[in-house]
Design a binder for this molecule. Structure first.
Ligand code: SAM
Length: 251
């Protein structure tokens, strides 16, 4: 088990998970920004405003599907991810879809090196739960945003993660915030430790508010169907708690 995780552990995990993760994700993801399991997409939520000509930074871009969909709408996109295999998949997808996106294999901890560049929109989908130092990342995000810039991110809903999908009982304490390590069995039979950070809603809001960014909206969308992320989710639980929570901030 990883006693203390660092970005090297995270990179190794995502490098080995990338092939399976990309196979599970439908090509449809490249026509819109999909915020997460059972969440509505950007075309419905309209959180990002007009994209055409806007400079967009995506954090934890994975296979680049969201950036590619925004580039198709005229966005000037940069996508960063710690995993070289995820970035390889992203470059392949961009080539297939015939769009230009600047994909960079760098970790969250070094995004300050993108300065003096500034972005109109910073976006992150289901990735910030893996961020070790969220306080530093938020400071760097703010520095990289233009005045009036938009920061939108989604993560797994902290309430959803507390409930056992099989018996719908509370299995964890909401107050156990911090690193969670889970042993996972993969389809090929191998086992891997999966790490993420559980943060209370108040921890997230207070941390970002203290940075000076202004909270505009919190969205807990729930769609009836999810053909993209829906695999492995139990409806009995999904129908009671949205698996995805989205935050929108302004500078
Ligand atoms: C659940 S995936 C989401 C990928 C993509 N946003 C999507 O919607 O499919 C989380 C992504 O975060 C990336 N990630 C995790 N920790 C990171 C870090 N410290 N720096 C940069 N990327 C990171 C992983 O490599 C992975 O691609």
């Amino acid at each position: 088990m990883y006693k203390k995780i660092n970005e090297k552990n995270i990179k190794e995990w995502w490098d080995s998970a990338s092939e399976y993760y990309q196979k599970e994700i439908s090509g449809d993801k490249m026509v819109d920004v999909n915020y997460g399991p059972f969440a509505s997409s950007e075309k419905k939520l309209k959180l990002l405003g007009n994209i055409n000509g806007k400079k967009i930074l995506e954090l934890g871009c994975g296979g680049g599907q969201a950036s590619i969909s925004l580039a198709k709408r005229g966005g000037l996109c940069t996508g960063i991810d710690i995993s070289s295999n995820q970035i390889k998949a992203a470059n392949k997808n961009a080539e297939k879809e015939k769009v230009n996106v600047n994909f960079l294999q760098i970790p969250f901890s070094t995004i300050h090196k993108l300065k003096p560049e500034k972005f109109d929109i910073v976006l992150s989908i289901m990735s910030l739960q893996y961020c070790i130092n969220l306080k530093k990342l938020i400071k760097d995000v703010k520095d990289l945003m233009v005045d009036n810039g938009i920061f939108v991110f989604s993560i797994e809903h902290p309430f959803y993660l507390l409930i056992d999908p099989n018996d719908l009982k509370i299995k964890e304490s909401y107050y156990n915030s911090g690193l969670v390590t889970k042993l996972e069995k993969w389809p090929d039979g191998s086992t891997h430790y999966f790490n993420y950070y559980n943060r209370k809603v108040s921890d997230i809001i207070n941390l970002i508010t203290n940075s000076g960014l202004k909270l505009e909206k919190i969205i807990e969308p729930l769609e009836k169907e999810d053909k993209i992320w829906g695999i492995g989710y139990r409806r009995a639980l999904v129908n009671r708690i949205a698996p995805t929570i989205i935050f929108k901030y302004k500078k």
